[in-house]
Ligand binder design. Structure first.
Ligand code: HAM
Length: 417
C-alpha cells in the first residue's frame, strides 16, 4: 500500500520552491541590511522551555505541542515557535557580553497540532527576527519597519499593520482584575476552556475561536484604558516613529496575541486574501522572557513571518515561471557521447544548466526529451560532427540552427548564457 504524508504536513514541490527561495533570499538581504545575523537552533528542545516561555495556559502549550518522551524518559518538544529557542540560545551563549544589542534571525519549520485548514498547517515555516537588549520604542519601530519592508520588497503592499500595547507588570494586573470581573458574569456564555481561562489567565479569552466567546469579548474592557503613564508614552512614541516613516497602521484594542510573553508593543500584519488565517506575521515586545528563562533582565522585541501564507499570496499574484535548462546536448554514438560528457561537466561548473540523455537514445528521442524539459538550445553532435569539428546548435524557440566550432564549444556556450 502507498504511504502518504501525515495530515497537516505537506510536501513543497519543485514548482513552488522558486517562490520559497526568493522569499528566503529577500529576507536574508533585507534583514542583513538591518544588521541581523542568522542563528540556527535545534528543532527539538526540552518541553519545559516552551511551557515556561510561552505559557501553560496558551493554546500552543495546552493542546498543540508535539511532545514525547525520549528513550531516557525525558519530555521533548518539537518547537512550536522560535522565540523561546532563540532566547534560550541567547542566555546559554551570552553573546551580549561582546555586543549588548543582539539582532538575530532564523528561518525554519515549526510544529503545532492545530486543525489543518487553508493557511494553517501542522508543520509550517517561519522567518523569525529577534532583537535583544533595547527597551525603547525605537527598536520596536525598527523591526516593524523591517517586516513591512520585507513584504514590500517581495511585492506585497496591501497588508494591514494592526498595533496594540499590552501594558507592563505595573498596569496589566489592574486590567486583568477588571477583565476577570467582567468575565465572571458571562460564565454561561463561555466555552469550557474559557471558563477556566477567565479565572487563571483571562487575556487568553481574547484568542478563543468559539463564536459565543468572541461575542463576549466584544464588550470586554480593553487594556488601552488601563495603560500606566510609562506604557502610554512608549506606545505614543512608537506611533510617532511609524508615522514619521509613513508606515500606516490601525490601532486594534483586541489584539492580545496567543503567547503569554508579550508586554507593551504587540502587532500583527494581516491580509484580506487568505480567509480566516489572515495574519502573515505577528510579534511584539517580550521584556520579561530572558529573565523568566533564567537569564539576565534584558528586554527584547521581535516578530515571525508565516512563510506558507506569504507564498500563497505571492503564488496568487504571479504564476511561477516555467524553468528549463539552458542547453541540452544530444550526443549520437559513443565517441560523441564521451566527448560531450566532458563538455557537460565543464559547462555546469561555470554555472550553465545543461542536461543530457542518460540512455543515449536516437536523435528523435533526444530532441523530444529536450523539448519536454523546455531546453533553450540543443547542441547536436554525432560522428560526422566530431570528424568535421563542427557541431550543430539549434535554438528551440526560433528553430534556427548554426554551426559551432567544437574546439571552442565551451567558450561559445558560456558566451551565450
Ligand atoms: P505567532 O503569531 O504564533 O507568533 O506566529 C507567527 C506567524 O506564523 C503567524 O502570523 C502566521 O503567519 C504563522 N503561523 C502560525 N501558526 C501557523 C500554522 N499553524 N500554519 C501556518 N502558519 C502559521 C510567534 O510564533 C512568535 N514567536 C512571533 C514572535 C517572534 N514574537 C516575538 N518574536
Amino acid at each position: 500500500m502507498e504511504i502518504t504524508s501525515i495530515k497537516g504536513f505537506r510536501d513543497i514541490l519543485p514548482e513552488e520552491t522558486g517562490i520559497w527561495q526568493r522569499l528566503e533570499a529577500e529576507a536574508r538581504r533585507v534583514f542583513e541590511a538591518f544588521g541581523f545575523q542568522e542563528i540556527k537552533t535545534p528543532i527539538l528542545e526540552k518541553t519545559e522551555l516552551f511551557s515556561r516561555g510561552i505559557g501553560q495556559e496558551t493554546d500552543i502549550v495546552s493542546k498543540e505541542m508535539y511532545s514525547f518522551k525520549d528513550i531516557k524518559d525525558r519530555s521533548m518538544t518539537m518547537r512550536p515557535e522560535a522565540t523561546a529557542s532563540v532566547t534560550r540560545a541567547y542566555i546559554q551563549h551570552r553573546p551580549y557580553r561582546k555586543y549588548p544589542i543582539q539582532k538575530l534571525y532564523s528561518i525554519g519549520p515549526m510544529f503545532r497540532h492545530e486543525r489543518p485548514q487553508k493557511g494553517r498547517f501542522r508543520q509550517f515555516h517561519q522567518i523569525n527576527a529577534e532583537l535583544f537588549g533595547d527597551p525603547g520604542s525605537k527598536s520596536d519601530a525598527d523591526i516593524i519597519f523591517m517586516a513591512m519592508y520585507l513584504f514590500e520588497s517581495v511585492g506585497l503592499d496591501d497588508l494591514t499593520l494592526n498595533l496594540n500595547s499590552l501594558g507592563c507588570p505595573e498596569c496589566r494586573p489592574l486590567f486583568k482584575e477588571k477583565l476577570k470581573g467582567y468575565l465572571s458574569d458571562k460564565m454561561p456564555s463561555l466555552c469550557s476552556d474559557c471558563e477556566r481561562r477567565a479565572v487563571t489567565n483571562p487575556l487568553r479569552v481574547f484568542d478563543c475561536k468559539v463564536e459565543s466567546c468572541k461575542e463576549v469579548v466584544l464588550a470586554a474592557p480593553s487594556i488601552s484604558e488601563f495603560l500606566c503613564q510609562a506604557c502610554q508614552e512608549h506606545f505614543e512614541s512608537l506611533q510617532g516613529y511609524l508615522n514619521g516613516s509613513d508606515i500606516r497602521f490601525v490601532l486594534n484594542k483586541r489584539l492580545v496575541r496567543g503567547l503569554d510573553y508579550y508586554n507593551r508593543t504587540t502587532f500583527e500584519i494581516q491580509t484580506e486574501h487568505l480567509g480566516a488565517q489572515n495574519a502573515v506575521a505577528g510579534g511584539g515586545r517580550y521584556d520579561g522572557l530572558v529573565k523568566l528563562l533564567g537569564g539576565p533582565d534584558h528586554p527584547a522585541t521581535g516578530f515571525a513571518v508565516g512563510m506558507e501564507r506569504v507564498v500563497a499570496l505571492l503564488t496568487d499574484k504571479q504564476a511561477p515561471e516555467p524553468k528549463g535548462p539552458d542547453l541540452f546536448i544530444a550526443a549520437l554514438g559513443e565517441p560523441a557521447d564521451r566527448a560531450s560528457f566532458k563538455w557537460v561537466e565543464a559547462l555546469r561548473k561555470s554555472g550553465v544548466w545543461v542536461e543530457l540523455d542518460y540512455a543515449s537514445k536516437g536523435l528523435k528521442s533526444q530532441m523530444k526529451k529536450a523539448g519536454r524539459l523546455g531546453a533553450k538550445k540543443v547542441l547536436i553532435v554525432g560522428d560526422d560532427e566530431l570528424d568535421s569539428g563542427r557541431g550543430i546548435l539549434r535554438d528551440m524557440l526560433t528553430k534556427e540552427q548554426v554551426e559551432v566550432d567544437l574546439k571552442e564549444v565551451i567558450e561559445i556556450i558560456k558566451g551565450i548564457f
